[in-house]
Design a protein around this ligand. Structure first.
Ligand code: HEC
Ligand code: HEC
Ligand code: HEC
Ligand code: HEC
Ligand code: HEC
Length: 358
């Protein structure tokens, strides 16, 4: 494990290798116990991916395919949630990454600071909510799965990152900005918006198009994320498409994501990574001739952020929620398009306003 993650002060997470012990009685673990006094935090958390970490349809589809205990230890981490899942599920498991997962250890409240007027016996520690804290779930390697027994088990990790968000943040140009500054900035501090939030996606990636002679240049920039885009789950990818409706079969496609191959230890490892590092700009040349059609035909452009391995699920694998979000979609009139590098000619910007980034 990297030294970064060992710095974790106060609250500890078993990183998916075991359930979380809060040390509090089972009857005190539900978020319902906090809702009455912390209305704002509770309402945001309930709508957040943390609040839906167990129930959301994308997770449930993947989990049903390979129902490892390992998954439960991060998506419904408390020991009592694990017991419920073993019995077929229940209301506490449905709370996913609930308040007690982050805030209760040894039966005591954990926080960065104790607030005036607090009724809790709070253990305050500077590391609470730090990148290393988030790394208790957001940084881990491909598991080594032991399928020799009747019940497959994950007892150890390989040396190959599966989710690399915290390490990407630490080595990137925005390492000085803490995760919570971007993700816990909502009024109640608990919305933790990410790839499922249109405003966060717009803030993460900007897109510009200009013309250089016979080709278009599409420039993508990670303008607002503290880590690569996409990060997190291994299936996430961006897909850029350009085409002319007069020649749809000549579709241009560029995928930004990671590719994996089997590793000698039985796990997997990343063999290609085209995700955008913090601040990175990537220019993608698209020869107009490759798009077919007539010279004057407009060009359609679309940039999608895809959550799943299957942007277009096969029969029987459909989801009741979107498999992707559209980050940009537009029709480019070539006559109105600025030449690349032209002074004052800004080209075409599909980005929304990126202000407000700490
Ligand atoms: C060590 C902790 C950990 C373990 C173990 C783990 N996950 Fe996750 N998982 C996460 C985190 C953190 C995210 C959030 C990253 C993201 O949304 O891209 C996540 C995201 C996901 C997503 C994306 C959900 C979405 O909303 O798009 C899926 C699907 C998923 N996990 C399935 C699984 C399955 C299935 C297993 C077991 C085979 C598993 N996870 C095991 C931590 C874990
Ligand atoms: C994923 C971990 C996580 C979960 C789940 C979580 N919190 Fe927090 N909580 C934090 C972090 C991080 C902070 C901010 C620490 C800081 O910067 O001081 C925080 C701060 C707080 C504070 C202090 C006041 C504030 O808003 O800064 C309260 C109260 C609180 N949380 C209540 C809750 C309640 C109630 C729930 C469940 C409905 C909950 N938390 C779920 C991580 C979490
Ligand atoms: C009877 C009301 C009440 C209940 C129930 C309650 N809290 Fe609090 N809590 C407060 C008050 C009051 C404060 C201090 C002022 C503030 O931050 O809102 C506080 C502060 C906190 C803090 C910041 C650290 C501190 O001690 O100042 C955290 C974290 C927190 N609560 C989490 C929770 C969680 C998690 C639950 C549910 C398990 C919960 N609280 C249940 C009233 C309550
Ligand atoms: C106990 C494990 C755990 C901890 C600790 C934790 N997370 Fe998460 N987080 C998850 C899981 C699991 C998901 C994925 C939920 C899903 O979509 O299935 C998630 C989702 C998210 C998402 C939403 C991703 C998306 O695509 O929308 C963000 C943002 C996030 N976490 C940020 C943080 C930050 C910042 C911290 C530290 C303050 C933190 N998390 C601490 C487990 C955790
Ligand atoms: C400078 C602001 C910023 C900082 C710092 C930051 N993030 Fe993010 N994060 C974003 C933006 C914007 C997105 C939306 C783009 C995306 O989903 O890739 C995002 C997305 C995510 C996601 C969704 C995963 C995905 O599919 O791409 C997770 C999980 C996440 N962040 C966790 C973290 C954690 C953990 C940290 C700290 C180690 C952190 N973030 C630091 C801005 C930030």
């Amino acid at each position: 494990m990297s030294p970064l993650l060992v710095l974790l002060a106060g609250v500890t997470f078993p990183q998916g290798l075991a359930p979380v012990d809060s040390g509090a009685p089972a009857a005190e673990l539900s978020a319902q116990r906090c809702a009455g006094c912390h209305t704002g935090a509770h309402a945001e958390w309930q709508e957040s991916r943390h609040g839906r970490a167990w129930t959301n349809a994308i997770f449930q589809r993947e989990f049903r395919q390979d129902p490892l205990d390992w998954c439960v230890h991060c998506h419904a981490p408390l020991r009592e949630q694990f017991t419920e899942v073993g019995r077929g599920g229940g209301p506490l498991a449905d709370e996913g990454v609930t308040c007690a997962v982050c805030h209760l250890r040894d039966g005591k409240m954990q926080a960065r600071t104790a607030r005036p007027g607090s009724p809790h016996d709070t253990v305050a520690s500077a590391g609470f909510g730090s990148p290393a804290f988030c790394g208790g779930c957001h940084q881990f390697n491909f598991p080594l799965i032991d399928r020799s027994g009747s019940h497959p088990r994950v007892a150890a990790y390989s040396a190959h990152p599966m989710q690399d968000t915290v390490a990407q943040h630490a080595r990137g140009s925005r390492a000085a900005v803490e995760c919570v500054q971007c993700h816990a900035a909502s009024p109640g501090g608990h919305a933790f918006p990410g790839g499922h939030d249109p405003a966060m996606l717009a803030r993460a990636v900007t897109l510009e198009v200009c013309r250089a002679g016979g080709r278009l240049q599409v420039r993508l920039e990670n303008a607002g994320a503290g880590h690569n885009v996409p990060t997190g789950d291994l299936h996430r990818h961006l897909v850029l498409r350009l085409w002319r409706s007069t020649a749809p079969e000549r579709l241009h496609e560029t995928i930004l994501g990671r590719q994996f191959a089997a590793a000698p230890d039985g796990s997997k490892r990343t063999v290609a990574d085209t995700t955008l590092r913090p601040g990175e700009r990537r220019t993608i040349p698209v020869p107009l001739s490759a798009l077919g059609g007539a010279a004057g035909d407009p060009v359609r452009l679309e940039l999608r952020f895809v959550y799943t391995i299957d942007e277009f699920p096969f029969r029987g694998r459909e989801l009741p929620v979107p498999t992707y979000a559209t980050v940009a979609a537009q029709e480019i009139d070539l006559r109105g398009l600025a030449a690349c590098g032209a002074t004052g000619g800004a080209g075409l910007r599909a980005s929304r306003d990126a202000r407000g980034i700490p």
